[in-house]
Design a protein around this ligand. Structure first.
Ligand code: OGA
Ligand code: MN
Length: 294
């Protein structure tokens, strides 16, 4: 064993130590990380002083990187690698984003409970977020366990929701905050995609709710009725017993499985303090509709 795991929550999330991620990992070590991910769904690797290249290398050692980023003004990119998501409040010159910058408004959508890239037909597998600069307070990230949320549903509710599909788009999540300033090109790029509402997690065999702020419609239901159901399920799934709040330290790398967790960022004084977080995202193997039904 190279990886030492210390649970941080009764249901999911563990601290993972014993691996130095700024060196290449072996296939055996990668398999060990996958096994730990299958069990815990969220792993916190503290004290990993990664740069962009070593963070990308760790991603590639675990899977296939997502080729595109789901953001507005995608051409204004601060980081060296196109595939790396800039989860910061910084402009390309490293200064704080202006209060009315549409990238800042758009990024506020990360504070709604979501699963990364659920708006892509093949959505995200793992997200790997690394803390480079953190604010003195606030800016935590919360996670919720969608397998525990599923397990806790009454049988009748499980049977009712099991076979629904939903439509996801970045436009739907941002509309919840009143953001609607898109170019024609962005509107096309953000066209809704269909996903299963309930999935089976291959590594653990467990069933999980697949929720996200990106959902804007449930197939076969009037929009308000479907969205009320999504709201009720999200409220159930994010109750305190199923959630963990991560208080960041510089050089933490947190890896989460988007197939079976939700997450959201918390507020901080983003017009005063820089927060520089960088995310490498792995792609799932296929669209959820092409994966095994739950
Ligand atoms: C993300 C995300 C929340 C945060 O990186 O995908 O949603 O706390 N981050 O920055
Ligand atoms: Mn996210």
């Amino acid at each position: 064993m190279t990886l030492t795991l210390r649970p941080l929550h009764p249901l999911f999330v563990a601290e993972a130590t014993g691996l130095d991620l700024h060196r290449p990992i072996t296939p055996d070590q990668a398999a060990e990380v996958h096994r730990a991910m299958d069990q815990y769904a969220v792993l916190v690797f503290p004290g990993q002083s990664l740069d962009d290249d070593t963070q990308m290398d760790f991603g590639r050692a675990l899977g296939t990187l997502e080729p595109t980023r789901g953001v507005v003004d995608a051409h204004k990119h601060r980081l060296k690698h196109q595939e790396m998501n800039d989860i910061s409040n910084l402009d390309t010159d490293g200064k704080l984003l202006a209060a009315d910058d549409r990238r800042r408004m758009f990024a506020l959508g990360n504070r709604l409970w979501h699963s990364d890239s659920s708006f892509k037909s093949t959505p995200a597998l793992y997200s790997m977020l690394h803390a480079r600069v953190i604010p003195p307070e606030g800016g935590e990230t919360e996670f919720a366990d969608m397998r525990a949320a599923w397990d806790a549903l009454p049988d009748k509710e499980k049977a009712r929701v099991r076979n629904f599909t939903t439509w996801h788009s970045l436009i739907y999540s941002r509309a919840q905050l009143g953001f609607d300033a898109y170019t024609e090109e962005e509107k096309k790029a953000f066209a809704p995609v269909q996903q299963r509402l309930v999935r089976r997690h291959p590594g653990s065999g467990r069933v999980s709710l697949y929720l996200s702020a990106h959902i804007g419609r449930v197939e076969g239901m009037p929009v308000p009725e479907g969205m009320m159901m999504i709201r009720d399920l999200t409220e159930h799934a994010t109750q305190p017993a199923f959630t963990y709040r991560h208080q960041w330290k510089k050089d933490d790398l947190v890896v989460w499985d988007n197939r079976c967790t939700l997450h959201r960022g918390r507020a901080y004084e983003d017009s005063v303090y820089p927060r520089d977080m960088r995310r490498v995202t792995l792609q799932d193997v296929a669209p959820t509709l092409e994966q095994q039904a739950a």
